[in-house]
Design a protein around this ligand. Structure first.
Ligand SMILES: [Zn+2]
Length: 327
């Protein structure tokens, strides 16, 4: 289906170009890629990343965490989302108790066909992968590992408010994803992803069944490459091929690479346990591991790349705007 579509597209582009002589090369490229989605603004997504980082590390039970929650809630409301905060007291592996807040926003709630997009908004309390041993118990900005995915979602929400897609869109910002134990030996790494685990065990809307879900994690690093992890391939193979082929078609195949990677428990695992096919878009490969500044002091705003935010944000919007509502 996609091949035929691309062929027709190329043919149309060729006819178009033959009537438009002396056009610069850049315009010819633009004519080939006909987006159905509004243009994702990477400057805006960068500003939303900075706004979160400016609160300080969004570590559970801190003022920065509380202030950021209020900011995210009001932002999503300002874009027209119906916002619901799912709250509970959660205990982390170190025995501490925290107020957990999953921030849920529904756009066009009257639409039956829906797509869910998620990201975690909390920051890990320590940079335990930092090369400097003396820094490993210190907090870090978590500009990529947390803020970038949320920023992409905020910019998506802003665009979705302006131009209505055929399907409804829900967003969930997960809390306390990144407070897990580095020595977690449990089968499903249950010291991590506390927000999505809680949501899976306590569904706020019974029978909620979007057609699929996409989780974004570390989507703002330079030269990011997103591989196809085992959980995504096992539970949602058609969603993986849909998203990766759309990315390639609109020019982001160098980010969304056709490389399989191993088992990875992220929030998408718990969405899948809720019976919703869910994939993860995460900067990870078996060869080089996670994003190079993962859980280090260098996961800061200086290392956020607008090009990566654009590649992910535009691919997400294009995926959503191509969905047709069932009659
Ligand atoms: Zn992390």
């Amino acid at each position: 289906m996609n091949k035929k579509y691309i062929f027709i597209g190329l043919l149309a582009a060729a006819v178009f170009q033959s009537c438009q002589q002396n056009k610069p090369a850049a315009d010819e490229t633009a004519a080939e890629v006909k987006l159905q989605s509004p243009s994702f603004d990477a400057d805006s997504a960068f500003a939303y990343t900075k706004a979160q980082v400016d609160f300080g590390p969004r570590i559970p039970s801190t003022t920065a965490h509380a202030k950021c929650a209020a900011y995210l809630e009001s932002k999503l409301k300002s874009f027209g989302g119906e916002v619901f905060i799912q709250q509970t007291t959660a205990k982390t592996y170190d025995g501490k108790s925290h107020q957990l807040k999953n921030i849920i926003a529904a756009f066009y709630p009257e639409k039956k066909q829906r797509v869910l997009v998620t990201a975690h908004w909390d920051a890990r309390p320590f940079s335990d992968e930092d090369p400097n041993m003396g820094m490993r118990d210190k907090p870090f900005d978590a500009a990529n590992d947390g803020a970038s995915g949320v920023a992409v979602i905020l910019e998506m929400a802003r665009q979705i408010k302006e131009k209505q897609p055929e399907v409804g869109v829900d967003f969930i910002l997960w809390d306390i994803e990144d407070y897990g134990s580095a020595n977690d030996e449990t089968p499903h790494e249950t010291t991590w992803c506390l927000g999505s685990q809680y949501w899976y065990k306590n569904p706020p809307v019974k029978g909620y069944k979007p057609i699929y879900a996409i989780n974004l994690d570390m989507v703002g690093g330079s030269n990011a490459q997103f591989t196809q992890d085992e959980v995504s391939r096992k539970y949602a193979p058609t969603v993986v091929s849909k998203v990766w082929s759309i990315a390639a078609e609109i020019g982001y195949g160098n980010y969304f690479i056709n490389v399989a990677s191993g088992n990875l428990i992220d929030d998408h695992y718990w969405i899948n346990q809720a019976g919703i096919p869910a994939i993860d878009v995460i900067h990870y490969s078996d060869a080089s591991g996670f994003y190079s500044n993962w859980h280090t002091q260098l996961d800061n705003l200086n290392n956020i790349d607008r090009n990566t935010l654009k590649a992910v944000g535009q691919t997400m919007l294009e995926t959503i705007y191509r969905e047709k509502s069932a009659l």
